[in-house]
Design a protein around this ligand. Structure first.
Ligand SMILES: Nc1ncnc2c1ncn2[C@@H]1O[C@H](COP(=O)(O)OP(=O)(O)O)[C@@H](O)[C@H]1O
Ligand SMILES: [Mg+2]
Length: 232
């Protein structure tokens, strides 16, 4: 199976094989579990990701998943989620292509995305501890929640900062639910709790308790000016 974004008609299946790119593919070293490469192509800078398991399952089979239909593959699902979010104008990488290769009862999968140039994972950002940034991150997460996105792996490495903007990435296993703009339901709280835990793991030396407040103010739509006045 190969899905290609119609805006990139000359993409072929071999372009989703990391080895195809040779020197033009460089492993993404920061964040993630490996299996991601930055690739320079004639269509622009891309990120190629191979689906890999983490934890115990990786010891049994790192790259193979049980095949239950093309539309059930990890790559097809992530491509669809990204396409929907991108179309709504949310800050996500543009999906370029997705592939799944079946071998009997299992499959392996890859996805090709447009690289967000100049963006780095939140813990690597020079302004990572700026209140204003935490506020903007809260606001951005809220936009995604209002669009119904349940980001099941919302950790700080899946939030990229660059060009003065906040992006969400890594939508493997995520789903878009019916939009519920006002209610902060259980899955939304779970997303936020997951993010908070990751901050304590990844941001030593940062006063997370204090900065969580502007993040929540951004999330709840408190005006930034109001937030600053209430502190002074
Ligand atoms: N579209 C993108 N633009 C720029 N960097 C990216 C992009 N997608 C992924 N990355 C980088 O690659 C890392 C791993 O990608 P990610 O999609 O989070 O996969 P995983 O966490 O499963 O390895 C990210 O933390 C980020 O540093
Ligand atoms: Mg990730």
């Amino acid at each position: 199976m190969l899905i290609v974004n119609p805006a990139y008609p000359s993409i072929t299946e071999n372009m989703l094989v990391p080895g195809y790119w040779g020197e033009l593919a460089r492993p993404v070293s920061v964040g993630g579990r490996g299996g991601a490469w930055f690739v320079t192509t004639e269509f622009g800078d891309m990120v190629l990701r191979e689906y890999r398991r983490g934890g115990m399952a990786a010891r049994i089979s790192a790259k193979s998943y049980l095949y239950t239909g093309w539309h059930e593959t990890r790559s097809y699902k992530e491509f669809s989620v990204l396409e929907a979010l991108f179309r709504k104008g949310l800050p996500v990488p543009e999906p370029v292509a997705a592939r799944a290769v079946r071998h009997g009862i299992v499959y392996q999968a890859d996805i090709l995305l447009r690289r967000i140039i100049g963006a780095v994972p939140w813990p690597e950002a020079t302004n990572m501890a700026d209140e204003g940034l935490w506020f903007d991150i809260g606001k951005t997460i809220r936009r995604f929640h209002d669009a119904g996105l349940n980001h099941v792996d919302l950790n700080c490495d899946n939030i990229l900062i660059g060009n003065g903007r906040v992006y969400l990435i890594d939508f493997d296993k995520c789903d878009i639910r019916g939009s519920e703009p006002s209610g902060v339901t259980e899955w939304k709280l779970k997303n936020l709790a997951r993010l908070r835990r990751s901050l304590f793991k990844r941001m030593g030396g940062v006063d997370i308790e204090a900065l969580w407040r502007p993040l929540m103010e951004g999330y709840h739509g408190v005006s930034r000016q109001g937030a600053m006045q209430s502190q002074g």
